[in-house]
Design a protein around this ligand. Structure first.
Ligand code: HEC
Length: 420
């Protein structure tokens, strides 16, 4: 089907297809880059938030130790991990994020991990070197980035998360060793993680907006490119070819080699047109030469004083000159293509069996000398003739030419007597 489309349609289709795949690829790559960038930005924020909380915790515990500040039930909110968690949470709230400190062995049920956090914690437990883990997922159908930064137990943590008997009294009292799971940690062991949730809906909407603007711009460029290229194709390729085809058609119809084209340039199509013009020139010369020789031949046969009849081996008449018209009383147009036997009278002894049969058996004698026959005019009347025959070949076909002349006794009635 593609083959039958016009050149312009084909070119436009191909150009459009190439550009479309190019633009689609560019769009896809852009989308991927933008998405990665959006995720990267969110991860960076989560990192800052979690590091902020961790630094706050370290700062607090450092200064309590140095200032000999004793924690108590009344100062519960000042416990470094509690304070840093709550401060971090406030900062997160301001940004619409969520920050929690979670653990598989939680002390406070509020810090129990959800499914994602539980899975992430076991992942982090397996990889001691890992400093963070994040994924794009959804919560209630909304896109979110989930980020975990592990807390590994330091010596200072063991004070409240090590052996219960070493823990401060109020910790010991609030979280009895029998029911609490957050004791007996060893240094380096994973205690829990800061868990941050960043809603990505707005980020993604922003990406989509940017993509849409980009895409519109690209569609504009795409349409302009396709239009420009197809215009160029039309001007440079299609139109010159159409003109050339038109001239060729005209040459075929009229048989005249007069129309010529002016090449638009020196490109391939220009040289095609120049070659065509050259061919037309040659053909014109050749046809002039041919016409000239044909004209000479016609004058020669038409002015001959003898009748000349040529016919093919199957008897079909192919030439019938003016003098033959006169003596047989046939018009050239009526006799061409007719079997030559039509011109033989039934009384002719020599050719009674038909010209073809006679030639098959007596070609040599027929060609070597003058023969006498009785021919037949159009009205059926007999006509005594003598003739000489020659044989020739043209385009692989044998044809015979008979030169005929009425014998002196039988004069032509309605034409000049060639012998008088
Ligand atoms: C002064 C005692 C104390 C010290 C020191 C301490 N914690 Fe805790 N930790 C607690 C208490 C109390 C809770 C429960 C807080 C709450 O109810 O929100 C807790 C909770 C946690 C939680 C939340 C999960 C849970 O069990 O509810 C994590 C994670 C945690 N601590 C990690 C650490 C790390 C890591 C260190 C060392 C850098 C540390 N803690 C040092 C007392 C302490």
């Amino acid at each position: 089907m593609f083959r039958n489309l016009s050149l312009l349609t084909k070119m436009t289709l191909v150009i459009a297809l190439v550009l479309l795949s190019f633009f689609s690829l560019a769009n896809y790559l852009d989308y991927r880059r933008e998405t990665e960038q959006g995720i990267g930005n969110a991860v960076e924020k989560a990192r800052l938030l979690s590091l902020g909380a961790i630094h706050a915790r370290e700062y607090l515990s450092d200064h309590y130790e140095r200032g000999h500040i004793v924690l108590s039930e009344q100062r519960f909110g000042l416990i470094p991990v509690v304070a840093s968690g709550r401060i971090g949470q406030k900062a997160a709230d301001d940004m619409g994020y969520r920050l929690r400190q979670v653990s598989n062995r939680f002390r406070n049920p509020d810090n129990a991990p959800d499914a994602y956090e539980k899975e992430g914690l076991s992942r982090l437990q397996g990889e001691a070197e890992r400093e963070e883990a994040y994924d794009m997922t959804t919560i209630d159908g909304r896109p979110v980035l989930r980020y975990l930064r592990p807390f590994r137990a330091k010596l200072s943590c063991l004070q409240c998360h090590g052996r219960p008997e070493n823990a401060p009294d109020f910790i010991h009292a609030t979280y009895p060793a029998e029911t609490d799971n957050a004791y007996y940690y060893q240094t380096g062991e994973l205690i829990g993680a800061a868990s941050i949730i960043i809603p990505m809906e707005q980020v993604q909407a922003g990406i989509r907006r940017a993509m849409r603007a980009d895409m519109l711009q690209r569609i504009g460029i795409f349409a302009a490119l396709v239009a420009a290229l197809s215009l160029l194709t039309r001007k440079v390729v299609v139109r010159p070819l159409r003109r050339l085809a038109g001239v060729i058609r005209e040459v075929i119809h009229t048989g005249q080699f007069h129309r010529k084209l002016t090449p638009g340039g020196k490109d391939e199509i220009g040289s095609l047109i120049a070659t065509f013009d050259e061919m037309v020139d040659r053909l014109r010369e050749q046809s002039a030469v041919l016409e000239e020789s044909e004209h000479r031949f016609r004058v020669l046969t038409e002015t001959a004083r003898d009748a000349i009849v040529s016919f093919l081996a199957n008897g079909q008449i192919i030439l019938f000159n003016r003098q033959a018209e006169i003596i047989f009383d046939y018009r050239q147009g009526d006799i061409l293509g007719v079997p030559v036997d039509r011109l033989i009278h039934e009384d002719c002894a020599l050719l009674r069996g038909g010209v073809a049969d006679y030639l098959r058996d007596n070609a040599d004698t027929a060609i070597s000398g003058l023969q006498r026959i009785v021919a037949r005019r159009r009205d059926g009347s007999p006509l005594a003739l003598e003739f000489s025959l020659s044989m020739a070949e043209s385009d692989g076909r044998i044809f015979y030419t008979a030169i005929l002349r009425p014998t002196t006794r039988d004069k032509v009635k309605n034409g000049p007597n060639p012998l008088s």
